[in-house]
Design a protein around this ligand. Sequence first.
Ligand code: NAD
Ligand code: TYD
Length: 333
Amino acid sequence: MNILVTGGCGFIGSNFIKYILKKYSSYKIVNLDKLTYAGNLDNLKDVEKNKNYKFIKGDICNKRIVEKIAKHVDCIINFAAETHVDRSILEAGSFIKTDVYGTYILLEAAKKYRHKKYIQISTDEVYGSIDKGSFNEESRLKPNSPYSASKTSADLLCRSYFVTYGVPVVITRSSNNYGPYQYPEKVIPLFITNAIEDKPLPLYGDGKNVRDWLYVMDNCSGIDTVLCKGTAGEVYNIGGDNEITNIELTKSILKILNKPFSLIKPVADRLGHDRRYSLDCSKLMKLGWKPKRKFNETLKETIEWYIVNKKWWKKLKDNKFNQYYKRQYKISG
Ligand code: NAD
Ligand code: TYD
């Protein structure tokens, strides 16, 4: 199988590429990535010489580049996106451009070259917040941030390309991922790296918001299951079955690192902050998938990875663009 992976230099995409190259010796992957602040070639150093892997720097909004690659592949898996909720609250334009218009360009290519499958990597955030119970794939879409609204718009475009043109689109909606190579602006790597450096951990609001944490490799195996067995036109939730409040998560990180709780710094709440995400994943489980790894075990492994790979994240945290962003918006980290 020849696959176009977009956004493969980011957190989940890079883990997915390594997962696929290791598991299938006959699969070939072309990775198209614009290398925004979140895209990092260091994430793929282990495979850059693999004969089944090729990197092309480019934008998914660029029809010419997309078509040139799409002509030679059997399917597209779209990870490329602007992904950080806080940034979307400050500036939504790039989210609408990449997450919505970029998806349209990819869908057009899948239509033109009659691909076998198009997988849209989406998020549980499209359902909005839920106080009790869990969302299934039929739940209404009610996004609350510019990020989740742009991802929802992309999901709806995907649906329309299936219904109108028969493009074999499958959507995955996963919960919050964690693991190695996650950009240190998302809460787990931000808090781990701040704690390592004895810097404050800025906890939003009352710290009681709940997220369902999914180990990135369990998401990769879920996407692989959908690639092999998913039905065109369907949506599959991928969750970790690990719901905890942010304050519990923060304390677990500090305990593992043997750092004092006094590093926790309550700060103003995020605008429109979703209270709780929760997914019913029985549909994907019927295809034989389940999350394999335990949260406590993988959180420890993840923390160890950030301790060992300080060089990797130090470079990102010291990066001029990141510094500018933090100064501009008075963000600590
Ligand atoms: P990330 O921010 O780490 O990486 C995004 C990648 O996309 C980067 O390599 C970036 O350079 C690339 N990119 C951005 N704009 C591009 C463009 N116009 N053209 C080509 N490449 C572009 O993101 P991630 O956390 O790996 O998330 C990957 C996907 O999974 C996203 O679609 C996101 O919405 C979805 N998702 C993420 C999570 C999570 O917890 N991280 C949860 C659910 C869904
Ligand atoms: P984040 O990692 O940004 O993922 P998402 O918003 O997509 O769920 O945030 C996870 C949770 O952590 C969310 O409830 C917001 C909270 N949070 C903080 O309390 N402080 C922070 O500095 C960040 C980045 C997030």
